[in-house]
Design a binder for this molecule. Structure first.
Ligand SMILES: CNc1nc2cc3c(=O)[nH]c(N)nc3c(CCO)c2[nH]1
Length: 373
């Protein structure tokens, strides 16, 4: 056990890194995938299952929890870990991205962002200080700075404005967070698809000597090649001895290619959201169980999987559940998808540790490209 937040780089293989984050509530093996638990729940899953799949950490959201049930209420009830019965590490996003993507009416200026709840239209103000306060009330282990993430494509002047605002907000969040040894506040690199702005943002955050760094402003509509180019430009500007978190990414292919460019942590709603929409991620590629071709298929998704949802149920049954909109359909496919993502992360970690990342990545990608699945 430790009372500090520390990161240890254990091995590298080309640009890929194998590491370990240690904090009081537990350790995180990197590269890590963080299942998204937006409202204090990973949708359609029991958190014991999420843990059993090898998840070391989950993600929560300031925006959703401040609106419902309320950050002060969660604090009164002992914090998010006790509230949701997840005693392991939690990373919370700061709310800026969710305001921009979910809330309708909003005003953003130096002080912060004013927005209306997408639930009941009530007006809320979120400053960098309030975002850190809320994440503290949630007792979050890794807290994200409040930032402004803009969609791409965007004018360079607009990208620069949002990037520079986010840097000023990073300073304010660092001050508001203060000194909490067992916890961390991560800065978020912005700069859109403009190389020199990415470098400037990363270098400025680097000089703030934070405990970890996220790469934000990506997976917002840009082609994968642009995202990967921005990683190749940004990661070398970040300290080697701190974790790097690519926000909102991504598909299994995104993850492989981003690990190769030096990313340690990922979060994405894809495996859980896809599971609720009848889509299964497997080592053979994606399978849409809504498709009638599965109606008589007695095969499981993957008979070699250790996950019962992948190994013990026929595609015909899963197809039936999805077509009938049965709750069990979303439960089994979410279970399968998170199991696949965590097995992919485990394979990636082993590949880096044994210096075989490139061969492992090539073999995995070939598996996806197989014909009829
Ligand atoms: C799905 N794509 C995506 N891109 C993101 C980009 C950002 C970003 O730039 N800043 C913050 N605070 N969060 C982000 C999030 C939410 C992460 O779950 C993103 N999610």
């Amino acid at each position: 056990m430790t009372d500090q937040f520390t990161f240890k780089l254990l091995a590298t293989d080309g640009g890929a890194r194998r590491g370990k984050i240690s904090m009081p509530r537990g350790n995180v093996r990197t590269p890590a995938f963080m299942p998204v638990g937006t409202g204090g729940t990973v949708k359609a899953m029991y958190l014991d299952q999420v843990r059993d799949l090898g998840s070391d950490i989950i993600l929560g959201n300031t925006y959703h929890l401040m609106l419902r049930p309320g950050a002060e209420r969660v604090a009164r009830l002992g914090g998010l870990h006790d509230f949701a019965r997840w005693p392991h590490p939690i990373l919370t996003d700061s709310g800026g991205f969710q305001v921009m993507s979910l809330s309708g009416l909003r005003k953003l200026d130096e002080r912060g962002v004013v927005f209306r709840s997408h639930i009941d239209g009530a007006k809320h103000e979120m400053s960098p200080e309030r975002s850190i306060e809320i994440q503290g009330l949630l007792d979050s282990d890794i807290q994200m700075q409040l930032d402004e993430c803009i969609a791409l494509p965007a004018e360079p002047a607009e990208v620069q404005r949002a990037m520079e605002l986010s840097l000023r907000w990073a300073e304010r969040c660092k001050t508001a967070f203060g000194d909490q040894p067992g916890k961390a506040m991560f800065g978020i690199v912005q700069g859109g698809d403009v190389p020199e702005l990415r470098v400037k943002s990363a270098q400025a955050l680097n000089s703030m000597d934070l405990k970890g760094y996220a790469v934000g402003g990506l997976a917002v509509g840009e082609p994968q090649a642009v995202m990967l180019d921005m990683l190749s430009i940004t990661c070398p500007e970040l300290p080697e001895n701190k974790p790097r978190y690519l926000m909102g990414v991504g598909t299994p292919d995104d993850i492989l290619k981003s690990v190769a460019r030096g990313i340690d942590m990922f979060d994405c709603v894809m495996p859980t959201r896809a599971g609720r929409h009848g889509l299964a991620y497997t080592r053979f590629g994606k399978i849409n169980l809504k498709n009638a071709r599965h109606a008589d298929d007695p095969r499981p998704l993957d008979e070699e999987s250790t996950c019962p949802a992948a190994r013990d149920y026929s595609r015909a049954y899963l197809h039936h559940l999805v077509r009938s909109n049965e709750a069990l359909g979303a439960m089994l496919l979410t279970w399968n998808n998170l199991a696949y993502y965590q097995s992919l992360m485990a394979e990636i970690r082993d590949g880096i540790a044994s210096g075989k990342f490139v061969d492992m990545a090539a073999r995995i990608s070939e598996g996806w490209a197989r014909g009829d699945i």
